[in-house]
Design a protein around this ligand. Sequence first.
Ligand code: ADP
Ligand code: ADP
Length: 226
Amino acid sequence: MARIVMDDLHKVYPGGVKAVTGISLDIADGEMIVLVGPSGCGKSTLLRMVAGLETITGGTLTIGERVVNQLEPADRDIAMVFQNYALYPHMTVYNNLAYGLRNKGVPKPEIDRRVQEAAGMLQIADYLDRKPRALSGGQRQRVAMGRALVREPAAFLFDEPLSNLDAKLRVQMRVEIRQLQKRLGTTSLYVTHDQLEALTLADRLVVLNGGQIEQVGTPMELYRRP
Ligand code: ADP
Ligand code: ADP
C-alpha cells in the first residue's frame, strides 16, 4: 500500500504531442481515484506513466517513499489490469496466476498460498485447471484481476477493465471491484468511460481535459447541484 504523489507531471510524445501537461495530484494510501474525460484527454497516458510503460518527460512521480521516474515497471511495485485480459492462452488459470511470481523467484508454498487466496476472493477457485478459452468473459476478467492481486502490489492500475463485458456483468463486477479494493485497501487508479462505473468506484474523481486536470472531487462534490 502506498501514497502516490504526482508533481507537475508532463508527457510530450516524440513528434511533439502534449498528452499530459502539468498534472499534480496527491493520492492517499488506500484511495481509489477514477480518471474520466473525453477521448484523447490523456487518461491512458497518465496511467501508463504511473505503470512505467511511458517515460515521464517532466515533473516528479513518487510511489510510497520512492521517486520512480526512472524505475522499470518491475521495480515500481504496481500491477495493472487491462481491458483485453492479456492472459496466456496456453496456460491454465493457476499458471496464469503463478507465472509472474515464479519469474520473481517467490517460493512455491508462498505462490500457492497467494494463488489460492486470490482465486477464493475472485470466485475462480473451481477453474484453476482450465485454460482461458474454456472460461466466460467475466471469468477471464477475474483471472486478469487475479494476476494483479497475487503480486500484492503497492497500487493497482485499471485501464477500462470492464469495457469488454456485457452490461449486466459490468454492473456486477464494478461492485465486486469496489468491495475488493476497499477490503485490500490498495491504492488504485482506474480509467473508465462509463459514468456510473466512475461514480460507484471513486473515492475521488479526476476529470481530465486536454492533458490537464479540469476538476477533482468526491462524486458528491462533483455531482451536487451548484
Ligand atoms: P485517452 O486515454 O484519454 O483517450 P491518451 O492518453 O490515449 O488519451 O492520448 C492523449 C493524447 O496523446 C492524444 O492526443 C493522443 O493522440 C496522443 N497519443 C497517445 N499515444 C500516443 C503515442 N504513442 N504517440 C503520439 N501521441 C500519442
Ligand atoms: P508476468 O507478465 O506473468 O507478470 P513477469 O513478472 O516476468 O511476468 O513480467 C514481465 C514484465 O511485465 C515485468 O516488467 C513486470 O513488472 C511487467 N508486468 C507483468 N504483468 C504486469 C501487470 N499486471 N502489471 C504491471 N506490470 C506487469
